[in-house]
Design a protein around this ligand. Structure first.
Ligand SMILES: Cc1ncc(COP(=O)(O)O)c(C=O)c1O
Length: 436
């Protein structure tokens, strides 16, 4: 049986009827480590990181690739980022802490967020992050005050709302004029003037991110054109030439066989072509391009394993629902915006599929249905269900709904499975609940 490797990790294969990833028998891992359990295939993660670097290097442009840690972050993943020579985007003080702990050079870290706290900004400045991506005039004012009198100017990117409504789900579109993110274009002059007047700040460049799960390269080209236009405006009005333009991340991935796949090569060429064409129109040398992929690096590398706990049978005895031991608390995406997934019965992956069933999570919400319709071989309690493309925006958005501990994470490669994040325990959960 061959698996569609644009949905499953590069190393996924079915041997003797059982799913293997990274050379490991996933059913054996599920039994040994218990479920829900997330596997990250090291070869797929590193392969995606290298594909980004190779694709941009092939264009001859000056570029940097930053992994967007909001898709999934743990220390091991940040160590892989450092090892592959990528930069890292963080959103919170704790994500910055993980970056430092993992040895990511902090000059290669960008601090994002529309509502960073004073303490987070202080930490970012004190630790010398490469850039703080300022989202509002208030934040620029705060940074100007915070950095006054420092010898080292703090790099700043100004995040713009480029007025582009990306073709994606409304919950993950972030570039429209009504988005909560970014400075309105009309506010750029004021924000830039304030940064330029602040001795402790250095205006590095401009940033925009129009959304996630994007397949329309035209939206991304349009974003770059807006960034270049605004950079040209800054040059004309303030006499500054920015060093860096960042159109964010957003490249989409296929979650099911009927969905489009985003191509990293085509993405890189589209961005660099748009950058060069817009810069040529304005008679500008192209600034460095910084891209921030998250989903397209980690989604396909991740596989979630669950145990089938029970079945709900219809009047004819056919399975209507398979109930699993995880669900919306470890993967909110289906409940939040109707995301679709595909899955295999890891124990009998090659057995003929029966009629479609729904896979329901264990949490007390009717909307906690992980897969609405999936054709699987006849499943029994105790079987292991493997859900593909589960690496992005799953564990990073996990909750403790119903007070269920969060899953463990294993990094698999070459037949070896390493525990990189242990399962949360009930004691972890109770430790912060101090009672009366
Ligand atoms: C500012 C920024 N950069 C990068 C990303 C990563 O996007 P993706 O995971 O779609 O590549 C996001 C995600 O929403 C983002 O908000």
């Amino acid at each position: 049986m061959t698996l569609p490797l644009y949905i499953w990790p590069d190393t996924a294969e079915v041997r003797d009827g059982r799913l293997h990833i990274g050379g490991c028998d996933v059913v054996a891992l599920a039994h040994e480590h218990s479920t829900p359990l997330y596997l990250i295939d090291e070869a797929t993660v590193r392969g995606a990181m290298r594909a980004y670097v190779a694709a941009f290097a092939a264009t001859g442009a000056s570029f940097r690739v930053h992994y967007a840690s909001k898709a999934l972050l743990n220390t091991a993943l940040a160590q892989i980022v450092a090892h592959e020579g990528l930069g890292l985007d963080v959103i919170s003080g704790a994500e910055l802490l993980v970056a430092r702990r993992a040895g990511v050079p902090l000059g290669r870290v960008h601090m994002h967020g529309n509502a960073k706290t004073g303490a987070e900004l202080e930490r970012a400045v004190a630790w010398g992050v490469g850039a703080i991506v300022a989202d509002s005039l208030d934040e620029v004012e705060h940074l100007a005050a915070l950095t006054e009198g420092r010898d080292h100017a703090q790099g700043v990117l100004l995040r713009l709302a480029p007025e582009i409504d990306a073709h994606t789900h409304a919950h993950i579109a972030t570039g429209g004029s009504d988005s909560k993110f970014g400075l309105p274009l009309a506010a750029l002059d004021t924000a830039a003037a304030r940064v330029l007047a602040a001795p402790g700040l250095r205006l590095l460049g401009l940033h925009a991110h129009i959304g996630s799960q994007l397949f329309e390269l035209g939206d991304l080209r349009a974003t770059l054109a807006v960034l270049v236009d605004q950079a040209a405006r800054l040059r004309a009005r303030h006499g500054v030439m920015v060093e860096e333009l960042s159109p964010g991340g957003g490249l989409g991935v296929a979650y099911t066989a009927d969905q489009a796949q985003g191509g990293i090569g085509a993405y890189a060429r589209a961005l660099v072509d748009a950058l060069r064409a817009s810069c040529a129109e304005h008679g500008m040398a192209p600034p460095r391009l910084t891209v921030e992929p998250g989903r397209s690096i980690i989604a396909r590398a991740g596989v979630a394993l669950y145990t089938i706990v029970a079945r709900k049978l219809d009047g004819d005895g056919a399975a209507q629902y398979l109930h699993i031991d995880g669900g919306m608390a470890d993967n909110i995406r289906p409940a939040l915006y109707g995301a679709r997934y595909t899955a295999l019965l890891a124990d009998r992956a090659a057995a003929p599929a029966g009629p479609p069933v729904a896979v329901a999570g264990r949490y007390c919400e009717s909307g906690d249905v992980l897969l609405r319709e999936i054709a699987l071989p006849a499943a029994r309690p105790g079987d292991t269900l493997a859900v593909a493309t589960a690496g992005a925006y799953t564990l990073s958005m996990a909750s403790n709904y119903n007070l269920v501990p969060r899953p463990a994470v294993l990094l698999v490669s070459d037949g070896r499975a390493r525990l990189i994040q242990r399962r949360e325990t009930e004691s972890d959960l109770l430790a912060r609940d101090v009672g009366l």
